[in-house]
Design a protein around this ligand. Sequence first.
Ligand code: TRH
Length: 394
Amino acid sequence: MNHPLNCDLFCHVVDNFGDIGVAWRLARQLAHEHGCVVRLFVDDLNTFAAICPQIQPRMGQQTIDSVSILPWSRQQQLDPADVVVELFGCHLLPGFVERIQRLGSRRVRWVNLEHLSAEAWVEGAHLRPSPQPGGIDKLFFFPGFGAGTGGLLRERDLLARRASWERLPSARRIALRSLGLPPPPEHALTVLLFSYARAGVAGWLQAMASASRPTTLWICPGPMRAEVDAWLHMQLGTGQSTVRGSLTLCALPFVAQERFDELLWSADVCIVRGEDSFVRAQWAARPMVWHAYPQQDQAHLEKIDAFLRRYLRDADPRVRDAVTAMSEAWNDGGELVPSWQAFCAALPDIRAHARSWCEGLAAQPDLARQLLQALGVAVAQDAPAGSDPRAQPV
Ligand code: TRH
């Protein structure tokens, strides 16, 4: 065959922004870096519009950034592409599944892209075929942190872009100004807060307000705004800032996903959540606190443990203890102040650790490349500018 690879991506938005956040990143990367013809089927265009403001939720089909975006129901009328990727086990409509089955596995490669976990079992489950009725296999593809997993989403130029941004002294000021935010006071510690609901932050906010070093806290839209408002005894509107002692608090607007990295790069400490912001904080090489998606059966505790064991394997004991204590305190809802103070005291070492972790991760091939390779698609080496990056079905 001599046509660019056609890929269908399917995203069911369960909640929040991570499902579509991951789908949108992968869709763009397949189109831009591998020349794939990508259709992205989404069941919630309103949520999509939050991370991609060009989306018009009332419009049916639309093309943005070389990706065709289609409402979920359109799968009823279309034939499957060469590659069909279900994100996070979302279920395709029966008619579409029947068409995959009719065409067979020589024509359609069917993948379930799973959730990210650092747990060891992932390596055994990655690339396992799951036989489906009709004699076709669905391939389980697991992102992950090591060899034997599908890796992490990382655009080809991401680390170079971050490096140029960091070299530009005015980059942070320009980014903040464009969001209507004042520059932080000189020598302030800057903290980006994008976590799930977490009660009991009053002591932590008070500790930052009473500290000798100024802190600027950028609060992303989400449930933590109410916690902060309760401590402030006022409602901090989007774009507004207020000062309490050494602490400046700013309520951020929701930014387009393309600009989210700049927020992480602007911060000294990133408090992130879920999957995508968690991964981006690692590519930002910033000290971070990860708030894992809370699960009813407490399965997230295993995930946190597995991640910390990997992340801190080569860390010195001070970094290990400080990061572990802060992460546990944030996730289990316990007292934050002692852990936060120890975390801040160890920050230069944690920063150095975050950098070397990021470099180590960057040595593994990125997820989009690994996905195509797992499907037997010939993928160009990191192509020099101007070369033809088109992935083709084999
Ligand atoms: O939003 P999340 O909690 O998403 C998810 C979902 O809960 C999902 O169901 C679950 O499967 C998954 O986590 C584990 O957190 P996450 O993954 O960090 O996704 C947030 C996305 O929103 C990410 O792509 C970054 C983006 N974002 C913006 O584009 N602009 C913003 O201003 C902010 C704060 C985030």
